[in-house]
Design a protein around this ligand. Structure first.
Ligand SMILES: Nc1ncnc2c1ncn2[C@@H]1O[C@H](COP(=O)(O)OP(=O)(O)OP(=O)(O)O)[C@@H](O)[C@H]1O
Length: 253
């Protein structure tokens, strides 16, 4: 059974349709990235999947007992509020220090437990949010533009951390991102939204799709080069794509 499945899903805000006819599934262990222009319904879809936005029509099915770890786009913490990482992680439910340390270690932030939340860098802050999401031992991590505000090396490092977490914990990852060049490297599947799913497939298939190019142009060619580079060198999942290798001009430059 899929972790989450939607059938004919439509979403509306104040009667205005933002997404229609979304048929989507995510399986155990998959990394799926959602891309799409501003206002294309990416966040709305994530909110519907976690149960925060009811469907206008269609269905959402979640595997029984599914545990979701959600990493929001941003979380505002008042700069005058003294709050250590340890206290922040204890907010929903008190945990032992060992459990907190283990989650921080998994999130790539082993030394932050006594630090003030407001004193963290953007990358450290996102890792603490990731640690918080991992505390519930999720089956699936859902990240909404979790690297917004990070520079490119910072985003790349964060996504590598996500890949490692996926490998260690065997969870699925669903994320929304604008950093196409970085994200595509790690994704098993990319979904391009624009009021509906306009194209879907491996990063290579999506980057070559006319619908995707109509939205993003060909400016993401570098993305594809990076994808192939990383694919060869660090995480060959054994995808033997027939396509792609004969497209001259797509390879690493
Ligand atoms: N709470 C809301 N109330 C009314 N309209 C909303 C609400 N949230 C989103 N919308 C509208 O729904 C549409 C889709 O928004 P959504 O945030 O899902 O898109 P997005 O693809 O995540 O955009 P972005 O890339 O800018 O974050 C937009 O037109 C937006 O204005």
């Amino acid at each position: 059974m899929s972790l989450i499945e939607t059938r004919g899903l439509a979403l509306r805000h104040h009667g205005q349709e933002v997404l229609r006819d979304v048929n989507f599934t995510i399986e155990r262990g998959e990394i799926v990235t959602i891309v799409g222009p501003n206002g294309s319904g990416k966040s709305s879809l994530l909110r519907a999947l976690i149960g925060a936005l009811p469907p206008a029509s269609g269905e959402i099915t979640r595997a029984p007992g599914l545990r979701i770890g959600y990493v929001p786009q941003k979380l505002h913490i008042d700069a005058t509020l003294p709050l250590t990482v340890r206290r922040f992680l204890n907010l929903p439910q008190r945990q032992s220090r060992d459990i907190l340390q283990a989650a921080l270690l998994r999130a790539g932030a082993p030394d932050l437990i006594e630090r003030q939340m407001t004193g963290l860098s953007g990358g450290q802050f996102q890792r603490v949010l990731l640690a918080r999401a991992l505390l519930g031992r999720p089956d699936i991590l859902i990240l909404d533009e979790a690297t917004q505000g990070l520079d490119q090396p910072g985003s790349a490092a964060f996504y590598r951390q996500i890949e490692e977490v996926r490998r260690e914990m065997g969870l699925a990852v669903l994320m929304v991102s604008h950093d196409l060049h970085v994200v595509m490297a790690a994704s098993d599947r990319v979904l391009c939204l624009n009021g509906h799913i306009c194209c879907e497939g491996t990063p290579e298939v999506v980057a070559d799709a006319p619908e995707y190019r109509a939205l993003f142009g060909t400016g993401t060619k570098g993305a594809l080069a990076l994808y192939r580079h990383e694919h060869h060198h660090s995480h060959d999942h054994g995808h033997a794509h027939d396509h792609g290798h004969d497209h001259s001009g797509n390879g690493p430059h």
